[in-house]
Design a protein. Structure first.
Lengths: 229, 229
DNA sequence: CAACAATGTCACATAACTGTCACATTTAAA
DNA sequence: TTTAAATGTGACAGTTATGTGACATTGTTG
């Protein structure tokens, strides 16, 4: 959920305002003042969106956008360009280059957030989320439900994600660290043993019809989800 | 697939640009400069979407939208209104009247096309306005009424739209942001938590016969409408 | 113009979830 | 069998998400 937004803007007061508004809303921000600095920040992991001041010294904002839209890896990063009132030519050039939206300064934080939401939704991949079933255990990512032989099961968000991951990758052992990466996300630091606790909670949640046996401990290696006993 | 789009815009350069961009993309276009001319074009077969300049001479853009949204036959034609920057009042009036989206001039063809797709996708399944019933709960989109086991229920416009959306898409979790997009509309920015409050109001409104349990909280994900407990 | 209804936001209350620990139990090797 | 390591398990305290009432604002209706 917490997306990363790169703010490329040379005027500090404006940049600060943007960063403040974004972080307020839970976005993770990156900042750059110049063309070069921006390029440095545009590497793995790529930001999810770029707010780009069109009037960078030397007009390099346009160049940056052009460059990004040409590279296969950065082509799909949405760009919202920030222009000053009356710079019509820039708008036109910007849109030619492929900016996804633009805003004229000054603008309200509300408008900014609305556009970010719109642009990111447009860019969001519409992954096909299908129902997963293994024996009597069904998990439906769309309705966010898990059932065991038609009985609804209750579990916390983390247990749901964990089960989702397991059911998507059955018959395979994952170490605690791997599970942390896949389920909790990278760059989150929690103890390895925390996985054990959630495994315990998940097992309890699906134990009603004996499905807890599907989550197997592989001593010294990790855990495995398997239909086989 | 070739949808028919009516462009109502009095300034020729802009109209030409729009028509060009649309035909480029394979849409079939109709053009109108004035209120009266537009009405002439809005007959069988009805256009699938209307791009409506809000600033038609005499402010008649708004009147046209209002008129269209009042007639049973044209109510469901999606309208994207085109406003000049800063005409905040118009935006607000436009959304009240029932415009489905708006764009501020000048805008990119890319954005325009994206919104057209979005609006049409959203409007497509709504074309048939049928009574929806889930267990004892009935919602009639035509008369704008909701009943629980024959008892009439009272609720605000937003709650009605919310319930309408939920009942049209049961068994599916929607995040607060998605609900904002679908119920409040794109381009409106309100706090995520506002959804919670309206959920609360809606639950209260339908709680008389225990129907409030149909709106379920999915912690960390959003809300879901479902007949199942 | 006054009374009323609807909206969006807050602040606070409540409920649910998290990560960690300490201790119990199991396992495998010595 | 003994022993050390690995895993299971219950409890708990902090954190976060959601529920809820109140309020200012705005538009609507009479």
């Amino acid at each position: 959920m917490s997306s990363r937004i790169l703010v490329v803007e040379d005027e500090m007061p404006i940049r600060d305002m943007l960063v403040f508004a974004l972080e307020q809303k839970g976005y993770y921000t990156l900042e750059a003042e110049t063309y070069g600095e921006a390029l440095d920040k545009i590497t793995e992991p790529y930001p999810d969106l770029i707010l780009l001041d069109w009037m960078l010294p030397g007009g390099s904002g346009i160049q940056l956008a052009k460059r990004l839209k040409q590279s296969e890896f950065t082509r799909d990063i949405p760009i919202i360009m920030l222009t000053a009132r009356g710079e019509e030519e820039d708008k036109i050039r910007g849109l030619e280059v492929g900016a996804d939206d633009y805003m004229t300064k000054p603008f309200s934080p509300k408008e900014l957030l609305a556009r970010i939401r719109a642009v990111m939704r447009r860019a969001a991949p519409t992954s096909v989320e299908e129902m997963i079933q293994v024996q009597g255990l069904k998990l439906d990512p769309v309705s966010h439900r898990v059932t065991a032989n038609e009985d609804g099961l209750d579990m916390g968000p983390t247990e749901f994600k964990l089960l989702h991951f397991f059911m998507s990758h059955p018959e395979r052992v994952y170490s605690r660290e791997q599970l942390l990466d896949h389920v909790w996300g990278t760059n989150v630091y929690v103890e390895d043993r925390t996985v054990d606790v959630h495994i315990r909670r998940l097992r309890k949640a699906i134990s009603a019809h004996g499905h807890d046996k599907m989550i197997q401990t592989v001593r010294g290696a990790g855990y495995r989800f398997s239909a086989k006993v």
